[in-house]
Design a protein around this ligand. Structure first.
Ligand code: ADP
Ligand code: MG
Length: 253
């Protein structure tokens, strides 16, 4: 049985006269990877930031792990993991120091090296954040979401701008975190990523949810409606060529 860990009911967000989120409702189930997909400006980040308690909603009700957002925002903050923007890291500190700093802020005991190991960055423990590659920065920022051992992790476009290998490395990291029991909500513009990672997907357009289902069901519904691809798809694509030629597993990102 699917147990809801997040419920969003009739969520509305107005920015002045502009209604960015138009009364959406959905549930995220405990233990799943839930995707929010949609074009730029659809309202994905707004929705996530409201659930993360970082942005005020106009109306609607939200609960996270049984906690009402209006009544218990601080309790919610304690059980969720949110990725910081890169600008949130002190550039002069190394990764160990940053982990210690965050652990202090969260009032958590953390084994910093172990945490860096989980994201394959133990060799970079003494490196400064600013000296990491794009993929390493993203993996580090995912690591920081885990410091308070959250029940739910929010990842807003974690793989945007990464090269194919770094993107795949991050996919495996997200799968691992999820396999260890953490619910994940992710936004992405990469459909292959959503198909690979997500148990269920909500497609958001202009502040409304236009579909919500498993990737398989979404595809089956489209096919059942008579849709056909205009031409036969090859058994590989250009990304496969790139990965084959430049090495999927060997390369450090
Ligand atoms: P997405 O993450 O899906 O790209 P956002 O949630 O960032 O979409 O934005 C949804 C809409 O709300 C967009 O039209 C955006 O321009 C608008 N918006 C986002 N943040 C603000 C803000 N702080 N003030 C005014 N409008 C905003
Ligand atoms: Mg966004």
């Amino acid at each position: 049985m699917a147990i809801p860990i997040i419920t969003v009911n009739n969520l509305v967000k107005d920015y002045d006269n502009f209604r960015a989120v138009k009364g959406i409702s959905f549930e995220v189930h405990e233990g799943e990877i839930f995707g929010l997909l949609g074009p730029n400006g659809a309202g994905k980040s707004t929705t996530l930031e409201i659930i993360e308690t970082l942005r005020k909603k106009t109306s609607g009700t939200i609960t996270v792990a049984g906690l009402n957002l209006d009544e218990s925002p601080d309790a919610i903050k304690n059980i969720i993991g949110v990725q910081l923007q890169a600008s949130g890291y002190y550039p002069g500190l190394n990764l160990l120091q940053l982990v210690e700093l965050f652990a202090g802020l969260y009032n958590q005991e953390v084994h910093a090296i172990e945490l860096l190991k989980t994201v394959n960055l133990e060799e970079k423990a003494k490196a400064k954040f600013k000296d990491l590659s794009g993929g390493q920065k993203q993996r580090f920022s995912v690591a920081t979401t885990l410091i308070n051992k959250p029940k739910v992790v929010f990842l807003d476009e974690p793989t945007t701008g990464l090269d194919p290998q770094a993107r795949r490395n991050l996919w495996e990291l997200i799968k691992k975190i999820n396999a260890e029991g953490t619910t994940v909500i992710i936004t992405t513009h990469y459909m292959d990523e959503a198909e690979y990672l997500c148990n269920r997907i909500a497609i958001v357009d202009s502040g409304e949810i236009v579909a919500l289902d498993t990737p398989d069901n979404l595809i089956d519904h489209l096919v059942a409606s008579g849709f056909e691809r205009p031409k036969q798809v090859k058994n590989a694509n250009l990304e496969d060529v790139f990965i084959q030629l430049t090495g999927k597993h060997l390369r450090e990102d």
